[in-house]
Unconditional design. Sequence first.
Length: 310
Amino acid sequence: MKAMVMHEFGGPEVLKLEDVPKPEIADGEILVDVKAVGVNPIDYVARANGGPMRKSLEQALPAILGWDIAGVVGETKSDQFQAGDRIFALSKFPKITGGYAEFAAVPADEAVIIPGNLSFAEAAAVPLAALTAWQALVQTADIQAGQRVLIHAAAGGVGHFAVQIAKHKGTYVIGTASARNADFLKGLGIDEVVDYATQNVAEVVSDMDVVLHALPPDLRESVSWPCLKEGGLLLSLLGPVPEEETAKFKARAAQIGVRPDQAQLTEIAGLLEDSTFKVTLDKTYPLAEVGAAHTQIAERHTRGKVVLTV
């Protein structure tokens, strides 16, 4: 089968189109004929230097990246699915899955049937981003109706799902984004949009119960902590928060690390199927152009998600 393989860390050019053996499935797994693969910031971090998974990646090289998988079940060693089922999954994260390929072995207990109103490309855009937002806002923060939630990078992959989840739970949602994304976010139901390029976020946003910080850690003190009420919760997507920070600002913090969860993804799928949630694709690329997809994601101006078609 064809796959994009990396033999070393580096720029997008280290991803090479190669012929590799089709994976064999173990008990409890399904072999998926991959139709589309989501691309996330962790993909280019893993490719460039390994990031938080450097040690495991070094041991796995040559490796095939890609965790957001959508496709058709070809073979199964699980009674959960049968050949021909359309499934999507956040597969094995943060272990190496092999999604940038024509076929992938996926644990059946991480897969979910794709809603009938979603294409494969739309389905591949969902798992990692939506589960990150869900595990942050619902599972960790337990947001409640009437609370005030600030979502940074609100038009991005995680952000645009976070906006919809927070509104679904009845909270008042403020998001930071560029001016060009204001109408897009209003279409998702957001209550206020703050243009980070022209407005001082800390001056115009205050008294928040929860802040989803999807930005570099060095921006916490300027755009997140000042916006929280005393005792509020900062959700950090990029690393742990030192205790001295939480003490200084008299607030709380939690580091978010996404994991596969079939039950949560099933609930998200239901909300997509009844059009409560919608997924936005910024651009799709063929598998062989994964380097261009990584380059776009790294520029941090994507609206919604970028997906590879296989």
